[in-house]
Design a protein around this ligand. Sequence first.
Ligand SMILES: *Cc1c(COP(=O)(O)O)cnc(C)c1O
Length: 381
Amino acid sequence: MTTFVINERDRFPQTRVEISGRWLFGPGPSNADPRILAAMSLPPIGHLDPDFLTLMNESQSLLRYAWQTENPMTIPVSGTGSAAMEATLANTVEPGDVVLVAVKGYFGHRLVDMAGRYGADVRKITKPWGEVFNLEELSLAIEIHKPAILAIVHAETSTGVRQPLEGLGEICRANNCLLLVDTVTSLGAVPIFLDKWGIDLSYSCSQKGLGCPPGIGPFTMSPRAVEKMQNRATKVANWYLDMSLLSHYWGNDRTYHHTAPINMNYAVREALYLLAEEGIENSWKRHQENAESLWTGLEELGLECLVDKAYRLPTLTTVRVPDGLDAKAIATKLRIEYNMEIGLGLGELAGKVWRIGLMGYNSKPEKVLLLLAALKKVLKP
Ligand SMILES: *Cc1c(COP(=O)(O)O)cnc(C)c1O
């Protein structure tokens, strides 16, 4: 008789961690609106169920509203922001294409890494972390490198910078170049006019400005970008994110590609309805006003923001760590004593800043007061 080795029950963890929630004032995820959590707990239905297909159409229209675009190819990708980020490059980059990346923080480097993996001839221009590019610098780089795609981050979550984009789309068009913009920390919270600004490719996530749990990556591509994809000599090297295949599920044929994460799609639809009910301009205004109260409160505590006010993101504020203070120890104290999360510096800014997020459901006056009060307690005990 064969004897099987049975895993002993006492090898299982003897305790289980209790998840009771936290105030999420870091770079994401942010806290989710209870209406979104309720939507997530609805029973799953089939990914080809007529009701689900209707829900997909609703989400697509709502996403177009959030981005201010008419792009037919606008979908919530199954996966986090990085999946949608990868989708923009995977579908449009052909081996040997010049991709110019304007790097001014951590996520610019991620774009460089991804573009290289799809065989792009990657060129890079850089700025110190905490600064933005001006139009002349970008224009000159386009003239020099003649890229097929220019990639740039709108809201750089590692530095707290908002990159101005007006005028860039025209320059890209005049140079036969697609404009790819990361709007992960701006969608729903910071003004974006995708079509007006001539942006061809963009992606975002569910868990930052939209105030939904992580798991969905909004994605959009302009007709120009679709044309580049359709003229490819080679197949898209990523099966899962191939928009020429996915367009059959999200388009009229409704053919199976992969099983959509049903409950995450309930969640993101709810988040987008919340945004539409509030009105996108009101959401932009709310994020700006609450960020300004935060900045005033930080100043009153003797703290200084890294980024010039003109380019400061309302969704993510980088705060300089005063000399002699241990950034991580303060963040840990906030978590243990006040159940609050804030972010630490990344890359060049490690140890030098804290990153405070006020996104979606968390961008509220009472939460700003709560956060400032707790910060005061841990900084000036
Ligand atoms: C968070 C973030 C991403 C990555 O999104 P994930 O959901 O973490 O995969 C990309 N770009 C920027 C600017 C981000 O802030």
